[in-house]
Design a protein around this ligand. Structure first.
Ligand code: I3S
Length: 130
């Protein structure tokens, strides 16, 4: 099922290319598998796509019509931390969701990762107040 955010592109808070790996699923540790994905922060979800939208994509802007996310996570109650201890890569962010799914997000651009951290923190804090 498509996350509800796909029907309301106005809720998009941030999107961009990041290196991503899932490191745990339901509390069970996974082997890392870094991939560059198009990541969209919208509503209460972080959504991952294999491909970025084509340039000049009509109106939707960030997700080509009919494109299917590879996966998405519910950020309600999620915990953010510095991922330093979890990777040798620089500029890493660690997200742990309530069901125990864990991800690392990484960018070679420090400012970009900082912007993601700020945006994610704002969404998680907003969800806490709801
Ligand atoms: O946390 P780890 O196990 O040191 O992560 C590294 C490994 O997953 C490695 O793959 P294999 O050991 O499965 O061949 C990856 O190639 C590395 O990228 C992982 O470490 P970084 O530091 O990039 O997160």
């Amino acid at each position: 099922d498509l996350p509800q955010v796909l029907e309301d592109p106005h809720e998009v808070e941030k999107s961009g290319l990041l290196n991503v790996t899932k490191i745990a699923q339901g509390g069970r540790k996974l082997r890392k598998n870094w991939a560059q994905l198009w990541v969209v922060l919208a509503g209460n979800s972080l959504v991952f796509y294999r491909e970025p939208p084509p340039p000049m994509a009509p109106s939707s802007g960030w997700a080509p019509a009919g494109s299917r996310p590879e996966s998405s996570v519910d950020l309600r109650g999620a915990a953010l931390s510095h991922g330093r201890h979890l990777s040798s890569r620089r500029h890493v962010l660690h997200i742990r969701t309530v069901p125990g799914h864990e991800f690392l997000l990484q960018s070679d651009q420090e400012g970009e990762l900082r912007a993601w951290r700020r945006a994610l923190r704002a969404v998680i804090e907003r969800l806490e107040r709801e």
